[in-house]
Each structure stands twice: as structure tokens, then as C-alpha cells.
Design a protein around this ligand. Structure first.
Ligand code: ATP
Length: 295
């Protein structure tokens, strides 16, 4: 990117616009993790979500096939349930999310949504059914209205306001100089981490997907904001299938199922209390984090 952008610097405003567009595109890929590398399979049909059951069957994957990242992953997320994936940094948590979105194809095994292999459905229909709330919501250099409506371009003004209210960001927006027409993002008003997260939540609420992929915020939010955002994410998860990639264990203690990943393998799974009682890997992570982050 530096090599591309440096020569553009002295070519004036037009090129600065282009450069910003390139950066925005880069951000958009960041938003979803990675650029899409796979194409629709010829003859693929639209994904038909009936309940939102997500299943990984013996999944193996490596970005470089010579270096496996995930091995023998079996996971079942029943419709409407919340599964939290935990594990140390680099264990492959976010990679599972990227496979669900089919940014990459598995090397072995399969990933199914309501029994349909993600390789057999159109990517547009797959992406329409999965809402992603990433670690750091990327805002486009555009109005707040646009940034929320991005979740569903045909949304009405009333829909957008309702989503903003549910994400508890409406009052903040109406206090901005131009309300919903205020430009935000790199070249506009800079929003705080918590405000950006709320715009992201409003965007996802508007999209109303049956499946949610939450990549929990690692960016520093103050404790109160973080608790509020967690409550809003939790409310959003009601009635949806949720896969949470968790970095802090305190936020996922009430998940229906917790999966502990180590070096690309599931080493433990169960509910919080059972895993603590088992005094294994999860209990170790929990105790270590409790020491790091005293309540
Ligand atoms: P963290 O908690 O730090 O976010 P994670 O458990 O989500 O980590 P992943 O992002 O899934 O980990 O990464 C798993 C492994 O895959 C890491 O070793 C990482 O370096 C590698 N990896 C991630 N993305 C790529 C990529 N695009 N190309 C090659 N290797 C990658």
C-alpha cells in the first residue's frame, strides 16, 4: 500500500481522493477480516436459512496448506444458541469466523448452515445472513445515516432511527451538528470506540441477520461503556445463532457452549461452570485472567 500511495501524494486532490478510497477499501476488508479469495461455485444457489444451525464437520484449514491452522474441528451451534470460542492468541479463533464467511475454503471437512455446505451457496446470500460485529467497527467517510444504512441499503429513515435507538446511539446522533447527516470517519467527525461500536450494532440490527459473528472488542473501552456494549450485543443475540470470538472470558460466562481452542484443535468444550469444575485449560485461562483483571 505504501508503494502505491507514496507517488500519488504529490498528484493533487484527485489522487488524495483515490488514495482515501483505497484505504477505505482496505478498511472494509479489515472489517470482514480478509479479502474474499474464493468465487461462487458454478450452479450455486441462495442459502436458505430455516433455523440458523451452524455446523463444522472435521474442518482442517491452513492459509498455507503446509502450515495447518485448524485441525479436526467439529462444532455444532443449534439455532438461537450462543457459542463462545476462546483460546490464546493465534489459536485460530478468528480463522473459524473467516471460514464461516467463506473468505477461504476449508482444506478438509465441511462447514454447513442449516445443512447447506457454504461452498454450494452464493456468497451474496451467505453474507446477507451473517451479521458481523468486528473488533473495531470501520466507519465509511460518509454520513452517520449512510454508515447505519449500509447494513440494508433500502432501509427507511424510520428503520434507521429505530436501529439507532436500539443501539442506544440515537440521542448522541441527534446532538451532532447535522444530526444523521453529519459526516463521520477519517475525514469527518471522529467517533469514540464505544460510539463506533454502537454504529456497528445499529448497522447489524438493521440488517437483521439470523446468524451473528461477534469478534469481541479488544480495543480499550472504559469499563462502563464496555458493559453497556456487552448488554447491547447480548440483546441483539436474542433469538439468533451467535458465535462469539472472545478475548475476555468474563463476557462469555453465560454462553450456551464454550469451546477452547489451542493451536487449532478443540481441547475442551462445555458450559462455564462445568469447565471451571474440570480444572483444565479453561479454568487455567479463567484464573489467569481473574488475576490480571481484578473485578
Ligand atoms: P487473536 O486472539 O490474537 O486474535 P486468533 O486465535 O483469532 O488470535 P487467528 O487470527 O485465527 O488467531 O490466527 C491463527 C493463525 O493463523 C496465526 O498463527 C496467524 O498468524 C495465522 N494467520 C492469520 N491470518 C493469516 C493470513 N491471512 N495468512 C497467513 N496466516 C494467517
Amino acid at each position: 500500500m505504501i508503494q502505491i500511495t507514496m507517488p500519488l501524494n504529490f498528484l493533487g486532490t484527485v489522487y488524495r481522493e483515490i488514495r482515501q478510497a483505497l484505504i477505505d477499501m482496505g478498511d472494509m476488508f479489515d472489517l470482514l477480516g480478509q479479502p474474499a479469495e474464493v468465487q461462487d461455485t458454478p450452479g450455486s444457489t441462495d442459502l436458505n436459512v430455516t433455523g440458523g444451525h451452524v455446523a463444522l464437520r472435521d474442518v482442517a484449514f491452513g492459509y498455507d496448506p503446509a502450515r495447518p491452522i485448524l485441525r479436526g474441528i467439529n462444532l455444532d451451534v443449534a439455532p438461537g444458541q450462543t457459542v463462545a470460542i476462546v483460546g490464546s492468541s493465534g489459536s485460530g479463533k478468528s480463522t473459524i469466523g473467516r471460514l464461516l464467511f467463506r473468505f477461504y475454503d476449508v482444506n478438509d471437512g465441511a462447514l454447513l448452515i442449516d445443512g447447506q455446505d457454504v461452498r454450494d451457496v452464493t456468497q451474496a446470500s451467505l453474507h446477507a445472513q451473517i451479521g458481523v460485529v468486528p473488533q473495531d467497527t470501520v466507519l465509511f467517510n460518509d454520513t452517520v445515516h449512510y454508515n447505519i444504512a449500509y447494513g440494508r441499503p433500502d432501509a427507511t429513515e424510520d428503520d434507521i432511527i429505530a436501529a439507532a435507538k436500539a443501539a442506544k446511539i440515537h440521542d448522541f446522533i441527534v446532538g451532532l451538528p447535522d444530526g444523521y447527516q453529519t459526516t463521520v470517519g477519517e475525514r469527518g467527525l471522529k467517533l469514540s470506540g464505544g460510539e463506533k461500536q454502537r454504529v456497528g450494532i445499529a448497522r447489524t440490527l438493521l440488517k437483521n441477520p439470523p446468524i451473528l459473528l461477534l469478534d469481541e472488542a479488544t480495543s480499550a473501552l472504559d469499563t462502563e461503556t464496555e458493559m453497556e456494549i456487552q448488554a447491547e450485543l447480548k440483546a441483539m443475540g436474542e433469538g439468533r445463532t451467535v458465535i462469539t470470538i472472545a478475548h475476555r472470558l468474563s463476557t462469555i460466562a453465560d454462553a450456551d457452549q464454550i469451546v477452547v481452542l489451542e493451536q487449532g484443535v478443540i481441547v475442551e468444550e462445555g458450559k462455564h461452570d462445568d469447565l471451571l469444575a474440570a480444572a483444565g485449560r479453561y479454568a487455567h485461562l479463567w484464573n489467569r485472567q481473574s488475576e490480571d483483571e481484578p473485578a
